[in-house]
Design a protein around this ligand. Structure first.
Ligand SMILES: Cc1cc2nc3c(=O)[nH]c(=O)nc-3n(C[C@H](O)[C@H](O)[C@H](O)COP(=O)(O)O)c2cc1C
Length: 316
């Protein structure tokens, strides 16, 4: 999720869910092809497996970026066909590609030609006034035969005129039934549902009802323990949901290693506000993160001082 997630966030989330497939935020293909690849794509082996999400609409450029992403060690190449922001719309990619399924298919084929990795698409169910099932089905009819390995569907339409990106994640109604119907009509296609999932049991129920996967965005960010709950429900019944203090203890050596490479503690701890979500002491923990750990000179060892608070869940 652009501006929210990054490599540090993925390292944190991996501690909760060893088997979840984590995704990068959208990275524009042109930036990978022409920019600082190291800065854009570097990540820690502990984050694996991670899918690289690309933004773009030029098949040749996406192919170059997919090749670079493959060499960089990612596990999947995903094309963003869902972002509604003005900047992305002006670049003619993201959600507006819902109107150009043939171009999406060309992009998929170009990427498939250069990588052995799975190539997937993350899309919406529709765009602007076109939020009828037939539109969504028509998009799939053209994109799926290009050879996608999975379709990840944010189950609401994108409204490009008049709604901000935030509103576009809240106002257009969720239509989970479209995603289930697509799966029923195309049992051979791997279909993943996204949008509004914030309860482990409800998310897992979509899998029992036939879908191949669920993707969580905001809820996972604010409440990362949800990822551990899903790991236990869906993959490993013996998985112990990590306690907040265990997470903090495991983040300290990581933060130390990052500090040695010049990274500020805050760049890591800014993702840790949800570690105590729903627990007594959550507010004190968040205050510690914003008042102490966010100082420019804060050292990773600072986190040790918060451990008693995290262990006891006591308000500091
Ligand atoms: C701050 C923010 C940034 C986002 N950036 C991306 C992105 O880079 N790529 C993407 O596919 N979706 C992005 N999304 C959308 C989410 O991936 C997801 O589709 C959407 O929030 C609905 O799922 P949720 O209800 O589980 O959050 C972003 C969402 C937020 C809140």
């Amino acid at each position: 999720m652009m501006d929210w997630t990054d490599r540090h966030c993925r390292f944190l989330h991996r501690l909760y869910a060893p088997h979840a497939l984590l995704y990068t935020e959208m990275i524009v293909a042109a930036a990978i092809v022409r920019g600082d690849v190291r800065q854009l794509l570097d990540h820690d082996a502990g984050e694996h497996p991670v899918a690289l999400q690309l933004g773009g609409c030029d098949p040749a450029e996406l192919a170059k970026a997919a090749r670079i992403g493959t060499s960089a060690g990612y596990a999947e190449i995903n094309l963003n066909v869902g972002c509604p922001s003005d900047r992305v719309k002006n670049g003619s990619f993201g959600a507006c590609l819902m109107l150009k399924p043939k171009l999406v298919a060309d992009c998929v084929r170009a990427m498939r030609d250069v990588t052995h990795l799975p190539v997937t698409v993350k899309c919406r169910i529709g765009i602007d006034a076109r939020d009828d099932y037939e539109f969504f089905q028509g998009f799939a009819d053209i994109v799926v035969p290009a050879g996608i390995d999975a379709l990840i569907v944010h189950a609401r339409a994108a409204i490009l005129a008049g709604l901000s990106p935030k509103q576009n994640r809240e106002i257009p109604p969720l239509k989970y039934a479209y995603v289930h119907r697509l799966k029923q009509e195309r049992p051979e296609l791997t279909v993943v549902l996204n949008g509004g999932l914030c309860d482990g049991a409800a998310a897992a129920a979509h899998l029992s009802d036939g879908l191949d996967g669920v993707m969580l965005g905001r809820a996972a960010y604010h409440q990362p323990a949800l990822l551990a709950e899903l790991e236990r429900r869906v993959i490993d019944p013996d998985w112990q949901i990590p306690e907040p203090w265990q997470i903090v203890e495991r983040m300290i050596p990581y933060a130390k290693a990052c500090a040695q490479r010049g990274m500020r503690l805050h760049s890591i701890t800014r993702h840790m506000h949800g570690v105590m979500a729903g627990r007594e002491g959550a507010r004190a923990w968040r205050r510690f993160l914003s008042e102490v750990a966010a100082r420019p000179d804060a050292a990773p060892e600072t986190l040790f001082s918060a451990l008693p608070m995290v262990k006891q869940g006591l308000a500091a």
